[in-house]
Design a protein around this ligand. Sequence first.
Ligand code: NDP
Length: 241
Amino acid sequence: MRSILITGGNGGLGLAIGRYFLHHDSEAKVWLGVRARRDKAAILADEYQGRCGLLDLDVTDQAAWQGAVEQILGADGRLDVLVNNAGLHRDCLLAAMPAETWHEVISANLDATFHGCRAAVPAMMRQRSGRIINIASLSAILPPLGQTNYAAAKAGVVALGRTLAKEVARSGITVNSILPGYIETEALAAMDGEARKTAQKGIPMRRFGKPAEVAAAVYFLASHDAAYITGAALKIDGGIY
Ligand code: NDP
């Protein structure tokens, strides 16, 4: 049995990653972290009864993280894979950005990744094995206007991962980041038809990515075969960068 925690489990990428593990690894036990909305995660949990559970987890809440990891260790006795996937963006030009908007985005993306790693690493060190995969963004290295908050948070996620990878390398734990470009999920819902066309013209492959195309990379980085890959930042963007 392999115990896997995926945050943002009701969102487009979180669901796709959960489904990918459940479909490809019959030994996978998947915990989907959810906060307010849980409708789609509940359907997946129903489909894979006994192998997929829901966990209340607001990733900005350090105490909730401790509780979630304790619950998993109580149920499974181990935590093999942590996918820090939950996140959000609140785009706004810096000249007009309220401080709350800055802090909200830093908290949901960067602070949350710290809390998640902080909660999971001691258990993984005791096991002397573990895989941490942080979902950053292409914005970490190629930020558009209006994302000073999001780009700074996601660049921080990559830097955190690179540093932590060194700290835990001798404990059998790998830490890697994924930098998706445009992926077809609700995160792109605000784009109208014209904005989608313009964005796709800037992608050499001329299409947005599918959630399963990100999930496949997460699955590989979580595998035994990826044991020598750590501190990496893998972009998945149809060739934009
Ligand atoms: P979605 O909006 O579909 O899903 C995001 C998920 O994160 C939601 O389930 C949301 O929960 C959850 N979430 C946000 N804040 C918190 C919080 N404080 N505590 C717990 N859960 C929270 O977007 P995606 O699936 O596309 O995004 C997944 C990740 O991928 C994010 O980190 C995003 O930044 C990153 N990404 C996505 C790209 C894309 O094009 N789709 C591109 C680059 C990066 P709720 O439903 O309750 O709000």
